[in-house]
Design a protein around this ligand. Structure first.
Ligand SMILES: Cc1cc2nc3c(=O)[nH]c(=O)nc-3n(C[C@H](O)[C@H](O)[C@H](O)COP(=O)(O)O)c2cc1C
Length: 285
């Protein structure tokens, strides 16, 4: 996906918005969005997903729209629906693709908020043509958000602690999980790591942990869970969070003309005690 503005600025601008003006999106912009969403999306590890924009319509009373998100989102007419096939196990790639769409909507001047749990599945299912074996993995309203955050938005944001982020020392390491990585040592990768740090995550849990190899620009991405889990059953929402981390990192390094690629290259750092689960590695050139 192409961005016309600096991705660093867009990532900094993005914030969850839950109150929307009852306004239509102009047809030229809607066409652009429909075109963006039309293709099948594939992530760095081959995971496929697709996305649709739905319009809840003029006749849909605002109360009904609100109920579709249990009152968490108010006033929104349009939603982007993220769809996965039941067979698709790569949810990291879904998160990676959906976040790119969210950032593109931010660039277009539209508000969004990832909804992984606070949406009424059946209500969205009614508005979407799901194929057999497909399901809605996450959704986001998209539209013109209120100029200033409404009081109830501030309360939700405050109760989740949405404005806070963990410091570098708790997220980024060098060699193994015992030595924090400093911005100085990260050097040209410092901005990409910072863009991961300020990204959104479910309930703002920031589950990403990254270990840089000592003598190379290889960065290993781990998912940090609060308890042990089978690697085949990593929680979907946390996998989406990891996809967000991958997308922010990759978009930033690409903008900065830093070469490299994603690989599965598990360094087998002792991480079981910490409940850290290996996801992927960025191997810099
Ligand atoms: C995978 C994922 C699922 C989320 N699910 C919900 C949700 O169901 N309801 C909600 O109100 N916010 C949801 N959020 C938004 C987060 O609470 C929000 O991104 C986080 O608190 C950080 O705040 P910010 O986006 O304003 O930076 C979700 C975010 C992510 C990444």
């Amino acid at each position: 996906m192409k961005f016309e503005n600096s991705i660093i600025e867009i990532i900094n601008q993005r914030t969850s918005r839950r109150a929307y003006k009852d306004l239509e999106i102009e047809s030229s912009k809607l066409e652009k969005i429909t075109k963006i969403l039309k293709k099948e999306f594939t992530g760095p590890f081959g995971g496929k997903s697709r996305f649709e924009i739905i319009n809840c319509g003029f006749d849909d009373p605002s109360e009904k729209r609100r109920l579709g998100t249990y009152g968490f989102v108010r006033g929104a007419r349009y939603f982007i629906i993220g769809i996965l096939n039941q067979e698709e196990k790569n949810i990291v790639d879904f998160g990676y693709n959906f976040e790119k769409i969210i950032l593109k909507m931010t660039e277009l001047g539209l508000g969004t908020v990832w909804l992984g749990s606070t949406f009424r599945y059946s209500q969205f299912e009614d508005c979407t043509k799901l194929k057999k074996d497909e399901y809605i993995a996450a959704t986001s309203p998209v539209g013109y958000s209120s100029d200033k955050p409404k009081t109830y938005e501030k309360i939700i944001s405050w109760s989740i602690g949405s404005r806070k982020r963990k410091p570098w020392s708790e997220l980024f390491f060098i060699g193994d999980f015992s030595t924090p990585l400093t911005e100085d040592i990260a050097g040209k990768y410092a901005t990409a790591l910072e863009m991961v740090r300020i990204g959104p995550s479910a309930a703002n849990k920031e589950p990403w942990r990254i270990v840089k190899e000592k003598n190379s620009d290889t960065y290993h991405f781990y998912l940090c869970l609060s308890r042990k889990q089978s690697t085949d059953e990593l929680p979907p929402m946390k996998q989406m969070d990891m996809g967000i981390a991958l997308s922010h990192f990759e978009l930033t390094v690409k903008e900065q003309k830093i070469g490299g690629k994603w690989m599965k290259k598990n360094p087998n750092i002792d991480s079981t005690e910490k409940n850290h689960y290996y996801i992927a590695s960025w191997v810099g050139k």
